[in-house]
Design a protein. Structure first.
Length: 178
């Protein structure tokens, strides 16, 4: 299955879920090509010391090639959290998880990770993975709390100066990762 969208519905949906936190109402959505300027703006707002920043072209290519991106909008419609979803060979990889500094500390990233795992399960994809730099304790804590395990520690494939924990979760019973 090449796309979580296809696995879920077989047709285009953008809105996934509304939810409320003490700070207000939020909406989880699929992001599209028209959202790239907002995604780049959010990436710029985060400062990006713990991730490899993506270029505008990277975002466009990711979306044009059928891969996905999940976003969380606040009640004013501003994009306040995002992550890229890359599906390959029965594995879904979550990358580039970012939360707006003004909206941190409310577990928005955990919400996004849990929703991604639910969508992966629903779509029949067998394996979920993410990579977290070993010194990114908040993010590591969140992936562990969402039921993912550290299965490897390797130099980052995107920036070999940094070691990353590979976080994994088997989503389909009986699946044995290579
Ligand atoms: C890592 C990140 C995604 C976590 O987002 P989040 O949804 O705010 O996560 P949490 O709500 O769990 O808060 C993270 C930590 O910040 C603390 N925090 C609380 N209020 C905060 C605030 N106003 N601003 C910043 N951090 C705050 C929380 O207490 C929590 O600490 P803990 O891990 O010791 O419990 C976010 O900090 C971020 O975008 N960082 C930059 C990019 C990045 O590292 N991405 C992850 C790549 S794998």
């Amino acid at each position: 299955m090449s796309s979580i969208h296809e696995g879920l519905q077989g047709h285009d949906i953008t809105h996934i879920q509304n939810f409320n936190l003490a700070s207000g109402a939020y909406r989880l959505v699929w992001l599209g090509i028209e959202d790239v300027p907002c995604m780049v703006a959010l990436q710029d707002r985060t400062g990006c010391t713990s991730i490899v920043p993506r270029t505008v072209d990277y975002y466009y290519t990711h979306l044009f090639t059928g891969q996905g991106a999940l976003g969380i909008r606040d009640s004013a419609g501003t994009l306040v959290a995002q992550a890229l979803v890359k599906n390959e060979d029965d594995t879904s990889l979550l990358q580039n998880v970012l939360v707006d500094p003004q909206h941190r500390g409310q577990k928005l990233s955990s919400h996004l990770i849990m929703q991604w795992l639910d969508l992966v399960k629903e779509s029949g994809i067998s394996f979920a993975q993410a990579r977290v730099r070993i010194d990114n304790h908040s993010s590591l804590h969140n992936f562990l709390a969402c039921g993912m395990d550290i299965t490897q520690t390797i130099p980052s494939p995107e920036d070999s100066r940094h070691l990353v924990h590979v976080m994994s979760k088997v989503m389909k019973e009986g699946y044995r990762p290579l």
